[in-house]
Write a protein that binds this ligand. Structure first.
Ligand SMILES: O=P(O)(O)OC[C@@]1(O)O[C@H](CO)[C@@H](O)[C@@H]1O
Length: 396
């Protein structure tokens, strides 16, 4: 299934979760049980679902062994294929990327998300996503859009791109780990900043399709949608292919419902936000904003393993913009790369120009200049995982 990794990059060790105290270990050990508890408290699930949640917690507890997805699940065969030899292994010993995705899929199975009956299609994360979207922070971010047209054109570009970039801190899974103390202050200088290269790339050709691979709903998706509108209205793109998730995933990842909720939220606002919301609605009906929900968007695999249809979508784009931490891990491979490994090398396989807009929330990083790495290490802070740092990386 995999295409060869570019030979001269080599293969750094894959991230697994079996080192006690590591970031990956913490996700399995702390974040997932905390999430199950939040889900249980948010929705009054009946006994059958409660038992299934208990069973999932037992299965995924320290030392637990991976059990196959029930054959009655509609995508059981696909997951069997994606599982390779992982069923029967300890959760902590398989690739972290795989274990996390499988956990989210098993959580949906436990809640009867795909089963016939009254709980089919009920998004367990909707209460959290809805609360975020209706929050006062969103009001002020939408109101701030009124000031954008007063900025010089280049500053509008940077402001909207960076709003989408930093919107990536609005990730409910990460906030679950950060706890009540909340997120650390953002460090404004980006660890890699290819912002100019990104706009130059779009300026250097006739407007074509831009693929925008979305990440979280609500406070991240809103600036993503505003960016999509900006690309369309400034003729940097003839259409935007917005990739979202086909079903709830990683707590706050955006689904079609979340896109529609954002459009409704914008329409209900005043001024420019409402104008943009109206234009985006028309763009959806007119085919300039295409919604795409590939099954592979929730696959436990790196983009190196993407199927043909998705590859063709990316290949026909002038640029693909990957949002967020998980997409970054999937793009470069969830491996302990030396931090100075060239981003262009690890993304060489990708079928077209690609940009990553990401706040740093896991161990994986590539493309740092040696002096940047040294400066970051010297801070003694958890710069790789704290969400305080961000990057814009481009491979043309
Ligand atoms: O992709 P996103 O929303 O930016 O971040 C996803 C995340 O919160 O979840 C994973 C760990 O569970 C990490 O990739 C990261 O910390």
């Amino acid at each position: 299934m995999s295409q060869p990794t570019p030979a001269d990059v080599g293969n750094a060790p894959v991230v697994v979760s079996n080192t006690v105290g590591s970031f990956a270990w913490g996700v399995l050990h702390d974040r997932h049980p905390a999430l199950v508890e939040r889900v249980r408290r948010a929705t009054p699930y009946p006994a059958e679902q409660q038992h299934a949640l208990h069973a999932l917690l037992r299965e995924t507890a320290e030392g637990g062994v991976i059990e196959a997805l029930d054959d009655t699940e509609p995508d059981a065969a696909e997951w069997r294929r994606w599982a390779g030899g992982h069923i029967g292994c300890r959760w902590a010993d398989v690739p972290f990327l795989w274990a996390e995705s499988y956990f989210y899929r098993k959580l949906l199975a436990a809640l009867g998300y795909f089963a016939p009956g009254p709980w089919r299609g009920i998004d367990p994360f909707a209460p959290f996503k809805r609360a975020e979207l209706m929050g006062a922070t969103v009001d002020s971010e939408l109101a701030a859009l009124d000031g954008i047209p007063r900025l010089p054109a280049a500053q509008q570009d940077t402001t909207l791109l960076h709003a989408s970039l930093w919107g990536n801190r609005a990730d409910l899974g990460f906030r679950l780990s950060a706890g009540e103390s909340g997120l650390g202050e953002r460090v404004t200088g980006l660890v890699v900043d290819d912002t100019t290269a990104l706009w130059d790339l779009l300026a250097g050709q006739r407007p074509g399709k831009v693929c925008l691979v979305a990440d979280n709903a609500g406070p991240e998706l809103l600036p993503d949608l505003v960016l999509a509108d900006h690309l369309l209205t400034t003729d940097r793109a003839s259409c935007v292919s917005l990739h979202i998730k086909p079903y709830p995933y990683y707590i706050s990842d955006a689904t079609t419902t979340d896109v529609l909720d954002c459009l409704t939220r914008m329409a209900a606002a005043s001024g420019r936000a409402s104008e943009i919301g109206g234009r985006l609605r028309q763009a959806v009906t007119g085919g300039r904003l295409l919604l795409r929900a590939y099954p592979f968007a929730c696959a436990p695999l790196p983009y190196l393993d993407m199927p043909v249809g998705l590859r063709e979508d990316f290949a026909s784009a002038t640029l693909t913009v990957m949002k967020g931490d998980l997409n970054y891990r999937r793009l470069v491979g969830d491996r302990h790369w030396p931090a100075t490994t060239a981003f262009s090398k690890v993304t060489e396989y990708f079928p077209g120009p690609v940009a990553a807009l990401r706040t740093l929330k896991s161990d994986v990083i590539t493309g740092l200049a040696p002096h940047t790495q040294a400066e970051l290490e010297a801070t003694g802070s958890a710069w790789r995982t704290s969400g305080t740092h961000a990057l814009v990386q481009v491979r043309t």
